[in-house]
Ligand binder design. Structure first.
Ligand code: COA
Length: 191
């Protein structure tokens, strides 16, 4: 379990299936994710879901995103893990719209990056998001990702973004400096 400032990332469980099915059959979420809307029945979905939960893969790690008080609001994942190249792709979806634009996505991504860069040897994390998805791009920029190219695929236009371990380290140091400066200021105002 990984704890951020606003979210907890935890292992997926069977009780998540209803939420995940609702989000994967949502036309707007499918459009934002540039994937076809899921068209299977819930009973078939549940069957596949149960089987998938039983198997773990060294190339993929998925987490549920919960609020600190335990509400399931989305999912995130790193996948395509390539130990030789030292990289993996990141994906996220906050399925519950009530939690958009409130910092939950960036906290989940930051928590996942902390886990990846502290807990694995991976050196680079990359992702793609639609050119038109300004919210997602802003969220990823806040987490330290920078754009490095474009990709046109299946009629979609994507911006490609990446973060390297040394950039994540810099971001961590900057946050530490900012936190130290603000704590020095409050110490001075107390004295
Ligand atoms: C993309 C997503 C993960 C971002 O998570 P989130 O919790 O909404 O993001 P955050 O609140 O951390 O950051 C979003 C930022 O974008 C800004 N934003 C929102 N709409 C925007 C727009 N049209 N143009 C520019 N900025 C925008 C917000 O104001 C916020 O910035 P701020 O913190 O400086 O105010 C989440 O919204 C989501 O999953 N959306 C639906 C699915 C989706 O887009 N999937 C594709 C992911 S690749």
């Amino acid at each position: 379990m990984l704890t951020g400032n606003k979210v907890i990332l935890r292992d997926k469980r069977l009780a998540d299936a209803r939420d995940d099915y609702t989000w994967q059959t949502d036309p707007e979420l499918a459009r934002l994710d540039a994937v076809p809307r899921l068209a299977t029945s819930f009973s078939q979905y549940l069957l596949d879901y149960t089987i998938e939960l039983r198997y773990s893969s060294p190339f993929r790690r998925q987490f549920a995103i919960d609020t600190l008080d335990g509400k399931h609001i989305g999912n995130c994942v790193y996948y395509g893990v390539n130990e030789t190249k030292g990289e993996a792709e990141l994906g996220i979806m906050i399925g519950n719209r009530d939690y958009w634009d409130k910092g939950y996505g960036s906290d989940a991504v930051t928590s996942l990056l902390n886990h990846i860069f502290r807990g694995t040897n991976l050196k680079r994390v990359y992702l793609k998001t639609l050119d038109s998805n300004q919210r997602a791009q802003k969220c990823f920029q806040k987490c330290g990702f920078t754009p490095y190219g474009h990709l046109n695929r299946d009629g979609y236009s994507f911006v490609l973004m990446e973060i390297h371990r040394n950039q994540w380290g810099e971001k961590g140091k900057q946050e530490f400096k900012a936190a130290s400066a603000s704590s020095r200021q409050s110490d001075q105002s107390l004295s």
